[in-house]
Ligand binder design. Structure first.
Ligand SMILES: *[C@@H]1O[C@H](CO)[C@@H](O)[C@H](O)[C@H]1NC(C)=O
Ligand SMILES: *[C@@H]1O[C@H](CO)[C@@H](O)[C@H](O)[C@H]1NC(C)=O
Ligand SMILES: *[C@@H]1O[C@H](CO)[C@@H](O)[C@H](O)[C@H]1NC(C)=O
Ligand SMILES: *[C@@H]1O[C@H](CO)[C@@H](O)[C@H](O)[C@H]1NC(C)=O
Ligand SMILES: *[C@@H]1O[C@H](CO)[C@@H](O)[C@H](O)[C@H]1NC(C)=O
Ligand SMILES: *[C@@H]1O[C@H](CO)[C@@H](O)[C@H](O)[C@H]1NC(C)=O
Ligand SMILES: *[C@@H]1O[C@H](CO)[C@@H](O)[C@H](O)[C@H]1NC(C)=O
Ligand SMILES: *[C@@H]1O[C@H](CO)[C@@H](O)[C@H](O)[C@H]1NC(C)=O
Ligand SMILES: *[C@@H]1O[C@H](CO)[C@@H](O)[C@H](O)[C@H]1NC(C)=O
Length: 677
């Protein structure tokens, strides 16, 4: 290679480098300002560094265009607790700003209006206050404006009427007041307008009702009055208007008729000059009803058959493998209890989160929110199935978990994640999401499973509050009460002197409560068959404020595809909960739950996850010092320990027939209470 070549290459590199640097630097300053404002304590945006390259891929949530200008900032659900910085306006090429599902405070900076390339602005579900800036009217490219679920007050600026490209305007759940500006009727491409849960007054402008593309108008829970424009009838369920005491209209099922009026002079009720041209064509409804959306997404059970078969084959293989493994362990008389159960597979990759937001950015998904629950439509799928469970909408689930923020992730396995969440009314919940691809593929089976799961009610089972399935996200969500004191496993393997050490009476009552929970599952009731839990472990026993045990995931196998259950077996086997006969029979029975319960008694008594064969021997010979937790410092009742040790031995007998039923166990526990307590 000649000198000239080298020189040339060097020059090119230099040019590239300086181009990157110059462009990077110009916007880097703005990004650092934005960061300082969004994340004042620098806990979250640590990847945004003042000597880094915003377009090099290392800045979380920043995407650049081909000219190395920042094009998108997506920081939804990151737990940001600062403010939106006016410096955002310096990112001239920004097309998407996604800051939803955070805890941002302060006002919407008016400087944002200088972002004339911005198409998507998502500031929903934060704590923003103040007014919607009137300057926003100059954002010529804006298509989606999502400001829902903040604390915005004041009126809708009439300038919004000049956002010619707007297709979604979502202002619900704020404290906005005043009239709905007639100018909004100029938004000819508007598809969805959500004004619900505010304090709007006055009439619904006819001009708005006549927007040709309008698919959804939600004005629930405001203080609107006057005649509802008849054009809105075309929206069918897309028009939501409840809880506006002043509204009246003709042909709307929930509205009173307007006294002394009829259809003919409807438009005369609106102020002069606002009349619509009655001949403006309104498309037929077939392609705009919320329903076509539903039809579009209402078959939750399209697992490709090939995949299913492949799944079954691989499961069989795995199962045999797992079986051999367990059998080997068992013969050696060892119970190996794994330590990390719900270990996270991986953090959400940035690609994945992008995928999520781009999906939620679509107006179609927004429509899906307004109809709430989508795949399992109201008992409408022919075979007379219907879901009795209370339902949550996807929006409620997203809002509770702050858009599935990593901050709220409690655990993740291959088919499911659990998030902490807070419902709008302040109730803390735990939300288990299950990937639809892991659910039973037969719709009827799945719905029956859901009905069973939601019918289970007992003081020692965690309460399922409701469910939500979203075809859009490909997930079903089970919303449970939140157990503030974590899982039983957190009370095992404690350091000497830990404050978490459970005292003896508490351990006894946890054992008893757990037995009662299992006893409830195992007894068939009038309206349901006996339920085998299949996966009881110290990870599945939650502890409530009063230190009562609450079993979770009862009936979960009724929702999951068989291959998913089989592939998760390795974990239970490794943890030592799998009854030995499972290897030969391949069936879960009440007696396999009893086996797992026996293992749990040993774990509670010893305070250890990992059981040893010497523990069994110690229990047989009542050598308490070798199997009772030394953290108790000898503060336990020997006769009780002897009886519990005996029950644990019986439950973990190698032969299912030698194990007691759970009902018998409960009786024994109660008998001894009568004698000794
Ligand atoms: C920015 O986001 C939009 C909308 O999701 C997407 O179409 C576009 O490709 C993104 N731009 C970049 C540079 O990632
Ligand atoms: C928009 O930017 C110009 C300068 O670029 C500035 O003078 C003006 O105040 C900005 N407008 C708003 C509303 O921030
Ligand atoms: C809007 O809220 C702010 C506080 O966030 C308050 O100071 C202001 O008076 C309110 N404005 C209206 C019109 O209610
Ligand atoms: C309707 O709005 C009023 C006033 O904002 C509020 O007090 C009430 O709780 C709302 N109703 C519902 C069901 O949210
Ligand atoms: C209407 O308001 C009542 C009382 O606040 C509430 O119970 C009901 O759920 C509201 N309905 C709607 C559709 O918001
Ligand atoms: C009303 O509709 C007619 C026929 O389409 C059209 O010629 C006229 O310009 C419209 N008037 C207004 C004010 O839009
Ligand atoms: C569900 O599982 C499928 C297949 O494993 C995967 O492609 C998809 O991303 C998962 N969906 C979610 C929401 O995790
Ligand atoms: C059984 O429990 C273990 C430990 O909590 C978990 O990893 C596994 O996924 C569960 N299996 C099923 C089928 O839920
Ligand atoms: C033993 O445990 C009981 C029950 O928690 C407690 O009341 C008692 O004070 C403890 N005794 C000693 C000596 O620690």
């Amino acid at each position: 290679m000649g000198f000239a070549h080298l020189l040339l290459i060097g020059f090119v590199l230099l040019a590239l480098d300086s181009r990157g640097l110059v462009r990077g630097n110009a916007e880097l300053g703005a990004l650092m300002e934005i960061k300082a404002s969004l994340d004042p304590e620098n806990k979250i945006l640590t990847s945004w560094t003042s000597n880094g390259d915003p377009c090099g891929g290392s800045f979380d949530g920043v995407a650049c265009n081909e000219r190395l200008k920042v094009a998108n900032i997506s920081l939804q659900g990151m737990g940001l607790a600062g403010k939106v910085s006016p410096a955002v306006a310096q990112l001239k090429c920004l097309s998407g700003l996604y800051l939803h599902y955070n805890s941002l405070t302060g006002e919407i900076p008016r400087e944002l209006a200088n972002l004339t390339e911005l198409t998507d602005l998502y500031l929903n579900v934060n704590y923003l206050t103040g007014r919607v800036p009137s300057e926003i009217g100059s954002m010529a490219s804006l298509q989606v404006l999502q400001l829902c679920c903040n604390r915005l007050n004041g009126t809708i600026p009439p300038e919004m009427g000049s956002l010619k490209k707007l297709s979604v305007l979502a202002l619900q759940h704020n404290k906005l007041s005043g009239d709905i500006p007639v100018g909004l009727g100029n938004l000819q491409t508007l598809k969805r307008l959500d004004l619900s849960f505010n304090q709007f007054t006055g009439q619904i402008p006819v001009k708005v009702a006549n927007i040709p593309e309008l698919q959804a108008l939600d004005v629930q829970n405001n203080s609107l009055s006057g005649l509802v424009p008849p054009a809105l009838k075309k929206l069918e369920e897309g028009f939501q208007y409840q809880n506006n005491t002043g509204l009246c209209g003709f042909g709307f099922p929930l509205l009173r008729n307007c006294n002394g009026l009829d259809d003919a002079n409807v438009n005369d009720l609106q102020p002069i000059g606002l009349n619509t041209n009655k001949t403006v064509p309104i498309p037929q409804t077939a392609n705009v009803k919320a329903h076509c959306n539903r039809r579009h997404c209402s078959s939750p059970s399209k697992l490709p058959q090939a995949a299913l078969v492949a799944g079954i084959v691989s499961v069989t293989v795995t199962l045999v493998g797992a079986g051999l493994l367990t059998s080997y362990r068992y013969r050696r008389g060892k119970q190996k209890i794994g330590s990390t159960a719900d270990a996270s597979d991986s953090r959400l990759s940035s690609d994945h989160s992008k995928d999520l937001y781009s999906r939620s950015a679509s107006p179609l998904v927004c429509l899906e929110y307004s109809s709430g629950w989508d795949p399992l439509d109201d008992g409408r799928y022919g075979n007379g199935l219907s879901l009795q469970a209370p339902r949550y909408t996807l929006e409620e689930v997203e809002s509770a978990t702050q858009y599935f923020s990593e901050v709220n992730l409690l655990g993740r396995s291959t088919f499911s994640s659990v998030y902490r969440g807070i419902l709008r009314d302040g109730t803390p919940v735990a939300i288990r999401s299950i990937n639809v691809t892991s659910c039973k593929s037969e719709e009827a089976e799945f719905v029956n499973g859901l009905n069973l799961v939601t019918s289970l009610r007992h003081q020692n089972l965690i309460r399922l509050r409701g469910v939500c399935c979203s075809k859009g996200r490909g997930e079903c969500f089970l919303v449970y009460d939140f157990a503030p004191k974590g899982t039983l496993s957190q009370y095992l393997d404690l350091e000497d002197g830990s404050i978490q050490v459970l005292d003896w009476p508490t351990r006894v009552s946890i054992i008893k409560g757990t037995a009662e929970g299992i006893g409830y599952l195992h007894s068939s009731e009038a309206d349901r068959p006996a339920v085998v839990h299949q996966n009881i472990s110290v990870e599945k026993i939650l502890i409530d404020q009063q230190l009562n045990p609450l079993i979770m995931d009862s009936g979960l196998p009724k929702l999951l595809a068989d291959d998913v259950i089989y592939s998760a077996l390795k974990i239970s086997a490794a943890m030592g909960y799998l009854a030995p006969e499972y290897i030969t029979t391949g069936r879960f029975t009440e007696k396999s739950d009893v086996f797992a319960f026996g293992v749990i008694i040993f774990q509670i008594l010893s305070g250890k996850r990992q059981l040893s064969s010497s523990m069994r021997l110690a229990a047989e010979s009542c050598a308490f010092e070798n199997f009772i937790d030394c953290n108790l410092k000898g503060n336990f009742t020997e006769p009780e320990a002897a009886i519990l040790g005996k029950i644990a031995l019986g439950c973990t007998s190698e032969f299912p027939d030698s194990r007691p039923t759970i009902i018998r166990v409960i009786e024994e526990l109660n008998d001894w209470r009568v004698q000794h307590g």
